[in-house]
Ligand binder design. Sequence first.
Ligand code: SAH
Length: 339
Amino acid sequence: MKMEASALIDKIIQESKATPDELISLLTVDSRGALYAKATSVKEKIYDKNIILRGIIEFSSFCRCACTYCGLSCENIKLPRYRFTENDILKYAKEAYAAGYRSIILQSGEDFSYDADSISRIIRSIKGLGNLILTLSIGERTHEEYTQWFKDGANRYLLKHETSDEKLYNGLHPHSSFKKRMDCLLDLKSIGYQIGSGFMVGLPGQTLESLARDILLLQELSVDMAGIGIYIPHPDTPLAGLVSGSPDLAIACVALSRILLKKVHLPSTTSIETESTEKYSSLSAGANVIMKKVEPYHYRKLYEIYPNPKIFDKSILEERKELEKFVLERGLKVERTVQ
Ligand code: SAH
């Protein structure tokens, strides 16, 4: 007889292990209330009600890659591109630090015009601002570069595996391969970085089994952080016209990652927020991190991995205050230690 969902969740929590079939059965139950409640209780045992706020600086939209789902693909000639100078990057990092961020993520397309030494200078200047955690998310680079940047003080590296289905991965990334991605992640780990991975929900041809394997891969890699978002079609990519992934299914993946991996940073991703209503919130399903863009709005709009209609114009500090209010209104707290 099939185990009750609630008993199965308890078993996974207790054993910290699951089979693909068990995860699939929990992804297909009608009501996910029990899963979300238990994921929240696992999260609160580790992090209490604290939410970590991270500032992300998307410093260049130039990219040498041709990912068929991504608006930043080098094949998308319609997108106006930008890249920040080292001084500008430091300026936004300083503003973020002054607004209270103690965790900063530097993200960009794969833009090789920043050579190893310029990234080193950026890392050292940002780390020099004070006690903070610095995460890099700048794609596939060499072992030597990763090693140099770790020595310069970078703490984490975010490189999503995007999908654990190797065939699907290779079809979506004509310029690279799943094997290369895994090699980079393992290399980063062996150098000493805390690694971040993650995947998209709703990719064309993706199955529930591959989502279950995505979650198991996070555990196998023993990631420090996992960004789980939905795929959102971009009109100027080969995959234009497809439908977005389901926020509900992505949130269920967040909750399952929480009960299986326990101590892992799970951000409430922008893609889920972009498409979801208040009804869906990964913060009440196991997520413990919010990442907020901190570059000026003009550039946020241009960092167009998928179309983002929301355009306001607020300062980093103003937004930080709003974010803190958002957290408190949900009965949660803002983490004040450096994480
Ligand atoms: N160059 C870096 C950062 C890539 S952009 C790297 O290779 O890691 C950051 C993330 O955006 C990607 O990892 C991918 O998961 C997400 N992304 C890109 N296009 C998307 C789309 N159309 N819908 C949802 N997420 C997308």
